[in-house]
Design a protein around this ligand. Structure first.
Ligand SMILES: [Ca+2]
Length: 457
């Protein structure tokens, strides 16, 4: 008897395809496909907000000390070429949640607190939480959602059994007021009051969830606020009150606050890992840490060009660390190219959870890199944010940005990241054939990546 549950309501919610499968008398996954309960590891995904490639010590920071993230890298695998799907928050999260390019679900820009309060990621999208829940996992997310404000877009409507946190792009770390002056702290789909520093609350709920679920497989998504503005440490006063948001408020010594914010997040990650160890779950828990985009000018993107919001590497190449004692070899590094949307297929794979039939993921399973020190098949990856685009194949990256503000005509530059990580030497005129190939690939991707188009065929 399998413990695999086919939750009819969830399936019916998701799509006609799933409904048809249920009506035909079976789940999309079958009992045979479901792994034995003991085989299903726990999964903890920790996402930082605006943390840059040079912002933590294991990626070279001499300013910010992150002994707990460093310990994950020391005991696991560090990626040197991992990317967020977008140089800003909401699209990266939509892609991570769905395992597909964010363009497919229409979350291509930031879901802003001011203008997009009625917008959200469509519920028909299938999230990794829904897939893992179907496979018998308890699922929770604590922290920043940012793919829909209204209760109907809440994480509990997208496969998470539990949610505690905020739905906008950032809140006052103490008063939990968003940047247009609304209270933004939730328990599931209910707005509540809860005292505490945001980072500490995310840690506290994460630890509590692990303790409550030590005897069953769980998937925990911890979406930290740090080091996104407002720049506030643990002992600072609130800077926002209802109706008076002071959007970028925070300490005057922003750089000091920034360091403190990352270090408090690191301390929290230490508490989470300590909890996993204390409960004897270390060898059956897969932990993955990454960031949702590159740093702003206040942080560090190490040797990379550009910042959050830009299409150069500094906008989207980010720290990423995988940890699983007994499965992932300690003290290892990989230069394989990974991207946030790969985690969906990766989590489904480690959980033995079937991907619903008809769901075409754009991300790939990272297991060969994580567990076999292997390589991924060659692929071409794409990024698009506002009027900036880029495409990556092997070491080659074509960057297309408007040549200036008045002239929307795009200028394309070609870089070889193996030789030129800082994207300083444009090779477009030296390698016209590569430039042409990548430009064609980009045009092709743009023709089918837009939301809705795929479903009509
Ligand atoms: Ca962000």
């Amino acid at each position: 008897m399998s413990s695999f549950n086919c939750n009819r309501r969830d399936f019916l919610k998701r799509s006609g395809l799933c409904a048809a499968a249920v009506l035909a008398g079976g789940c999309v996954g079958t009992a045979q496909q479901a792994p034995k309960r003991v085989d299903r590891p726990n999964i903890i995904i920790i996402l930082a907000d605006d943390l840059g490639y040079g912002d933590i010590s294991c990626y070279g920071s001499k300013i910010i000390n992150t002994p707990n993230i460093d310990a994950l890298a020391e005991g696991g695998l560090k990626f040197t070429d991992f990317h967020s799907n977008c140089p800003v928050c909401s699209p990266t999260r939509a892609a991570f949640l769905t395992g597909r390019y964010q363009q497919r679900c229409g979350v291509e820009g930031v879901v802003t607190a001011k203008g997009h309060r009625d917008k959200g990621m469509p519920l028909k999208e299938t999230t990794f939480a829904e897939v893992l829940k179907e496979a018998g996992y308890r699922t929770a997310m604590f922290g920043k959602w940012h793919v829909g404000y209204q209760a109907r877009f809440n994480p509990v409507k997208q496969g998470f059994d539990e949610f505690r946190g905020y739905v906008s792009g950032n809140v006052d770390y103490i008063s939990h007021i968003d940047q247009v002056g609304y209270k933004d702290w939730w328990k599931n789909a209910d707005e509540i009051d809860e005292e505490g520093y945001t980072t500490d609350l995310i840690t506290k709920h994460g630890v509590d969830f692990i303790e409550r679920n030590k005897s069953n497989p769980f998937c925990l998504y911890l979406a930290h606020e740090a080091p996104h503005y407002p720049y506030q440490g643990r002992d600072d006063k609130p800077v926002r009150t209802p109706g008076d948001p002071r959007a970028f408020g925070g300490r005057k010594d922003k750089a000091v606050a920034y360091k403190e914010m990352v270090e408090i997040m690191d301390e929290g990650i230490g508490r989470v890992v300590e909890t996993v160890k204390r409960l004897g779950l270390e060898r059956k828990t897969f932990i993955f840490f990454f960031s949702d985009n590159g740093a702003t000018r206040l942080g560090s993107n190490g040797p990379l060009r550009g910042f959050k919001g830009g299409i150069f590497e500094g906008g989207h190449r980010i720290p990423a660390v995988a940890y699983w004692p007994g499965r992932i070899k300690p003290r290892t590094t990989t230069d394989q190219t990974g991207i946030g949307m790969d985690l969906f297929a990766t989590m489904a794979s480690v959980a033995g959870a079937p991907i619903p039939k008809g769901l075409k993921l754009d991300g790939v399973d990272l297991s060969p890199v994580l567990f076999e020190r292997g390589k991924l098949p060659e692929r071409t990856l794409f990024w698009r944010y506002k009027n900036q685009k880029c495409v990556r194949r092997g070491p080659w990256k074509l960057v297309v940005v408007p040549s200036n503000k008045k002239n929307a005509a795009a200028a394309a530059s070609l870089f070889n990241l193996d030789d030129d990580l800082g994207e300083a030497n444009d090779m477009a005129s030296v390698k016209p054939e590569i430039r042409k190939e990548l430009a064609q690939a980009l045009a092709e991707w743009e023709s089918y990546s837009t939301a809705g188009v795929e479903r009509q065929s």
